[in-house]
Design a protein around this ligand. Structure first.
Ligand code: PXP
Length: 244
């Protein structure tokens, strides 16, 4: 069992609201202050190639303000690696990216893209950045991670979040098994995507997990209670799931 299950709050959708109208509000730095004040352990942000939400200037401004940890998500491209090396986040999570997608749709295909991912992970790792690979809860993929040299994986919980009934239970079991296998290989194991206040407890209860990265549902909750309260509620729910 990892001691504390940490929360990384993904702020992309706060920037999304701003970008939709080209306004200066909502202020993502104010959001970072409140999220950190509420006790989250990391700020997660995805600099997409199309810059649809987070902008380069946001990454630098958050870096300057941050008191916790920055988890920068980006695609496996030269442009993004250059930015990451300049920004020096504590963590980078490598994600797949397709321009047309609504959000990150599946995990990285580290089997087909083995050399490219390995090369990128090496460059970032040598710069002292902790590299995470966003992958499906698939044992065969996890088996290849030590060869890539990344110390962390983030298990894609999207399929679990989208499914219902028995299918959801099967997806949960797949995540459980994947987390157990990955920990046994000495990897740090995170999880995220599509997690909300209803489906998070079952994931948070998986003892091998170290961190959850959650965005959309928390920003939606913040419409009613503010991001500070939305963060407190998620942290409490996660801690409760670990106690149960
Ligand atoms: N983790 C990763 C790697 C992601 O790409 C995303 C979505 O940007 C998240 C977590 C957060 O997903 P959601 O916004 O659905 O909570």
């Amino acid at each position: 069992m990892t001691d504390v299950l940490e929360l990384g709050v993904n702020i992309d959708h706060i920037a999304n609201i701003r970008q939709q109208r080209g306004t200066v509000y909502p202020d993502i730095l104010e959001a970072v202050r409140q999220i950190e004040g509420a006790g989250a352990q990391a700020i997660t942000l995805h600099l997409r190639e199309d810059r649809r939400h987070i902008q380069d200037a946001d990454v630098y401004a958050v870096r300057k303000l941050l008191n916790t940890r920055m988890n920068l998500e980006h695609a496996v491209t030269r442009e993004m690696v250059k930015i990451a090396l300049d920004v020096q986040p504590e963590d980078v999570c490598l994600v797949p990216e397709r321009r047309e997608e609504l959000t990150t749709e599946g995990g990285l295909d580290i089997i087909r893209q083995f050399q490219k991912v390995k090369g990128t992970a090496e460059v970032l790792g040598q710069a002292g950045i902790q590299v995470s690979l966003f992958i499906e809860p698939d044992i065969e993929a996890i088996r290849r991670v030590p060869d890539i040299g990344a110390p962390v994986i983030e298990l894609h919980t999207g399929r679990y979040a989208e499914s219902r009934g028995d299918k959801r239970l099967r997806e949960l079991e797949r995540i459980r098994k994947a987390a157990e296998f990955a920990r046994a290989q000495g990897l740090k194991v995170n999880a995220g995507h599509g997690l909300d206040y209803g489906n998070t407890p079952a994931i948070a209860a998986i003892p091998e997990l170290s961190e959850l990265n959650i965005g959309h549902a928390m920003v939606a909750r913040a419409v009613f209670v503010g991001i500070w309260q939305a963060t407190r509620e998620m942290l409490e729910l996660m801690q409760q799931a670990r106690r149960d």
